[in-house]
Ligand binder design. Structure first.
Ligand code: SAH
Ligand code: MG
Length: 935
């Protein structure tokens, strides 16, 4: 979009957004008018203090606009009011300001950084004495700066434009200021009174500052090297930077905006030469009108575009550049405040400019982590949420805060959607693979992702929330990106996070793949998005351009525990949460004259424990593909090609050493991975997709029903209570129970259970007097629980070894001896139905072996016969009766219930010898009598 000369005022919606951000939510309501076939829209706008409802409009947009206008009216804001100054006034103010900057008064008063620059130039000899570079005035004076912005808001991205305005304003002060276009600086016509000049403090200290030099190579990538700026006392630091760049003095420099603060809080800037125009282009003057078209303009420059420097500062830089953190402060006249910019810090800055980099940093895994392409759930997401990241990114790139627009559509029950879809499919084909229609019910991308092959057949969730996001440039409010995903989400927050992630992914592509034409809208997920994109000058960084990853080369000699597999078999299903520890080293096998020398290596990244969700792209593809073939406890080692050098250097501890290794031949990255654990949310997810209500809920409901029926019971123990789903239900319904106890070995699960119970305590209508949570293994007996009335053990035994399951049964029935024992466990035979679901598949259809069990943490899953055998034997030898039942599916037809349940009833009470032992640890307790709790 052409940089607007006219100042645009904000639209009512933008004003609302600026004031309230995400606290303003728009909801569109469809209004059916029976007489006409078309429908109309009404918009509800909810603000923190009040809400407004618009009139009825044909277009959703108009309804939203009307709602925003109504809200502004209520707030007493009139968007037409513009208290900004006019362009003419801005020019006048700039002229005044320049005059003041060159007054005696300004020089001798205050600590304005610009004053320090002036003083430094007065220490120069000869014709440059007192000549202040235009770039300095444009960059360091806030009043000049805001004046330039009034004239043209896009000066933010264009320091040369700002300099030209300063020069134009100064030209009006012919009696006072000398403007010399060929040296790009301003000087006072009459010398300063000698008294003032003599009083100038000349003894600045000498300092050495580390900086980074980015050399534009004639072909290919820029070369980045560390340099030292040696600033001796009494010399103007800009002149020293200029000399390093081969320029005569500081007036030939342009200075970028600040783009990052170093650890000590100093601002980094990029210094480069004022671009020279191509000789062929003699007609246009250096600071005259700039070509409107940016492509055309850049070809006017003699020096090549410096991609690395441009991406670091978000402005266009041509030719060689220096990145440094130094400058005069408000605190002192002569002191140059400074900080080192090392190679590593430079690469870290570059890396942190891209969405991918922001994510990598947040996870402290520059090599291993990558920005996920899908947001499935808040609980599985690691790192800052997409929406936060998008805000960070927009701030860095000088874009306005993203504007999210949420809409809802008339709610059509999910079941209806599915039914119509099933009908459709059934009538279309009689492919037996289509049994499991429900698998498509999820609204998450990941679900759809698996089915990309049947894309056209997917039923799109037709109800729920849909969210779009618009990104505008800050200065001009130009539309940069308009992204409207077509997917609906059941939760509003999911819709927002996914929209933010889509925008991030899209911006990320600009950084990671420069070859693609940014003007061509590109879709990541076919048919899912409506993109609209306007090219933005700033976002065209090249770095970090991880070279396309190739399939990892397995180093067979080093593969310790991995089975060698000809074809990749993913055994950990997508959607699982995987925990690994890993290290990555740069490795060089130097090969001199046919002899392989000792392998050189340098550790660049390691993590003791990092958790990620499989199947959403949150780890680099190599790592993920290897990890998902491993089993818990295994180690693997593999080697991949090098990613972009900058990424490695941003990560390396010893930058110099790593750099020298990278310059050698045959460099690769060696990964060592240890799979620590796998949590399969898949079981829960599949169960909640296949079964309504979800299987876990059905189990709890089944148990609660039995508990209610056994009216005389007063104590209950839930063995392996996990996060307390059963206990939660018992808090909500009145039963005869007075004491309920949960036992588990997972501290995390117990903590969640405690939190849940705590929050539910006073809400329920229960008669409970005591609630207690124990940390302990249910393989052990604790005499405090002897003689309990009811024991439950839902979906726990399969988490033990089989012999332990036998031991548990024995311990419970011999020592605890409850009147009633309810045990549930998956029915292995039912898996064949669940496994037809694509949720379990990897995309590879020919995959011969897949996860046998529903959940990676399961040590076994029994058939009905196996469970029957276990339970019947136990019951018989302990004088209990047992009955079998289940939830999910039907017990009458094959393969039986999805979850099988055994209900044991004590036949007679036989007093057993009481052993006193208390291995369980109380970790949470509540009693009604005192009403207190302890942790
Ligand atoms: N009953 C819960 C949780 C099932 S998950 C529910 O239905 O939602 C299985 C639980 O068993 C986990 O929380 C795990 O920590 C626990 N567990 C496994 N082995 C255990 C043992 N030996 N002692 C106590 N708890 C155990
Ligand atoms: Mg389980």
């Amino acid at each position: 979009m052409a940089g607007g000369e006219k100042k645009q005022s904000l639209s009512p919606k933008e004003i609302i957004h600026h004031k309230f951000g995400v606290k303003a939510s728009y909801r569109i309501e469809q209004v059916h008018v029976s007489s006409r076939s078309s429908c109309l829209y009404r918009c509800h706008l909810q603000l923190p203090e009040f809400s407004v409802v618009s009139n009825v409009f044909k277009r959703k947009k108009d309804a939203e606009l009307s709602a925003a206008e109504l809200a502004l009216e209520k707030l007493g804001i009139h968007p037409q009011d513009d208290d900004d100054i006019t362009v003419e006034q801005a020019w006048d103010d700039m002229v005044e300001r320049i005059k003041y900057i060159f007054s005696d008064e300004f020089l001798s008063s205050g600590h304005h950084p610009l004053g320090s620059h002036l003083r430094a130039t007065l220490l120069r000899d000869g014709e440059r004495h007192g000549s202040v570079p235009l770039s300095i005035i444009a960059a360091f004076d806030a009043k000049i700066n805001s004046g330039c912005k009034v004239i043209n808001p896009s000066v933010d991205q264009d320091p040369i434009l700002a300099m030209s305005y300063v020069m134009k304003a100064a030209a009006k002060l012919t009696d006072y200021i000398v403007v010399s276009p060929h040296v790009a600086s301003l000087r006072r016509k009459n010398p300063y009174p000698p008294a003032i000049v003599e009083a100038l403090d000349t003894h600045g200290e000498s300092i050495k500052v580390e900086a980074v030099y980015i050399q534009c190579a004639t072909s290919g990538e820029e070369v980045v090297d560390p340099i030292t700026l040696d600033i001796s006392s009494g010399r103007y630091y800009l002149d020293i930077i200029a000399e390093k760049l081969g320029l005569k003095d500081g007036s030939q420099l342009i200075i970028s905006r600040t783009f990052d603060k170093t650890a000590a809080g100093y601002e980094c800037r990029v210094y480069s030469a004022i671009p020279k125009l191509n000789p062929s282009d003699k007609s246009s003057k250096a600071y005259g009108k700039r070509p409107v078209d940016e492509e055309e303009q850049s070809s006017h420059f003699k020096n090549p575009w410096n991609a690395k420097a441009s991406s670091a500062c978000g402005q266009d830089i041509h030719g060689d550049a220096i990145v440094a953190a130094l400058g005069y402060s408000w605190r002192s006249h002569h002191l140059v405040e400074h900080d080192d910019v090392t190679l590593k810090s430079f690469y870290r800055i570059c890396c942190g400019m891209s969405p991918n980099g922001i994510y990598k940093f947040s996870r402290q895994a520059l090599i291993a982590a990558t920005l996920p392409f899908s947001f499935t759930s808040k609980s599985n997401w690691r790192g800052p949420l997409p929406r936060e990241m998008l805000s960070i990114f927009c701030r860095q790139q000088q874009l306005a805060e993203p504007v999210f627009t949420i809409s809802t559509s008339p709610v059509k029950p999910l079941s209806e959607t599915l039914r119509s879809f099933k009908k459709l499919k059934d009538s279309e084909s009689n492919d037996s693979n289509n049994q499991c229609v429900n698998e498509y019910a999820g609204s998450d991308d990941s679900f759809n992702h698996y089915n990309s092959k049947d894309e056209e057949e997917l039923p799109v969730l037709e109800s729920g929330y849909r969210c779009g996001v618009k990104i505008l440039s800050k200065s001009l409010q130009d539309l940069v990106l308009d992204c409207s995903p077509r997917n609906f989400y059941e939760k509003e927050s999911h819709a927002i996070q996914n929209a933010a992630l889509k925008a991030l992914t899209w911006f990320g592509s600009l950084f990671d793949d420069l070859d693609a034409d940014p003007e061509q809208p590109r879709c990541y997920t076919k048919g899912e998005l409506n993109w609209m994109f306007t090219r933005n000058v700033m976002i065209k960084g090249k770095f970090p351009s991880s070279k396309r990853y190739e399939e990892p080369a397995y180093d067979e000699s080093k593969t310790m525990d991995m089975d060698r597999k000809p074809k990749r078999v993913q055994t950990i299903p997508n959607g699982s949460l995987v925990s690994i520890s890993y290290s990555v080293s740069v490795e060089v096998e130097a090969d001199f004259w046919g002899r392989t020398c000792k392998c050189l290596r340098e550790l660049i990244e390691s993590n003791e424990e990092i958790e990620f969700e499989v199947g959403v792209g949150s780890m680099n593809p190599h790592l993920e593909s290897v990890v998902t073939q491993m089993s818990v406890g295994q180690y693997a080692c593999f080697i991949t090609n090098m990613p972009a050098e900058g990424l490695v250097l941003a990560d390396a501890n010893d930058t110099a050493r790593t750099r020298s290794l990278l310059s050698k031949l045959a460099a690769g990255l060696e990964y060592n991975v240890h799979l620590l654990g796998v949590k399969g949310p898949t079981e829960k997810r599949v169960e909640s997709v296949f079964f309504k209500p979800p299987l876990s809920k059905q189990r709890v409901e089944y148990a609660v029903k039995l508990i209610k029926e056994s009216s005389a019971a007063s104590t209950l123990v839930d063995f392996g209570c996990g996060s307390g789903s059963l206990l939660e239900s018992l808090l909500e319904v009145p039963t005869s129970l007075q004491t309920i106890v949960g036992v588990d070995i997972s501290e995390k699960a117990l903590a969640r259970a405690a939190k849940m119970v705590d929050s539910k305590l006073n809400k329920g209508a229960c008669n409970l007097k005591t609630i207690r949570l124990y940390d302990g293994s249910i393989l052990e007996f604790d005499s405090r629980l002897h003689g309990i009335d009811i024991a439950t053990c839902l979906e726990v035994i399969e988490h033990m070894e089989e012999d332990e399951a036998f031991q548990f049964g024995k311990t419970v029935l011999t020592l605890f001896r409850p009147k009633l024992l309810i045990v549930s466990t998956p029915n292995y035979e039912y898996n064949k139905i669940l496994h037809k679901s694509s949720l379990y598949h990897s995309k590879d259809k020919s995959m011969s072996q897949r996860s046998k069990f529903r959940n990676h943490e399961h040590k076994f899953e029994w058939t009905r016969a196996q469970f029957n055998h276990w339970a019947s034997k136990l019951a018989k030898s302990h004088n209990y009766s047992v009955e079998f039942s289940g939830v999910g599916g039907s017990g009458k037809v094959d393969p039986g219930f999805a979850s099988q349940i055994a209900v044991f009833k004590r036949k007679s009470f036989t007093e057993v010898k009481k052993v006193s032992t208390q291995p369980y640890k109380v970790i949470w307790e509540w009693t009604r009598a005192q009403g207190d709790k302890k942790n």
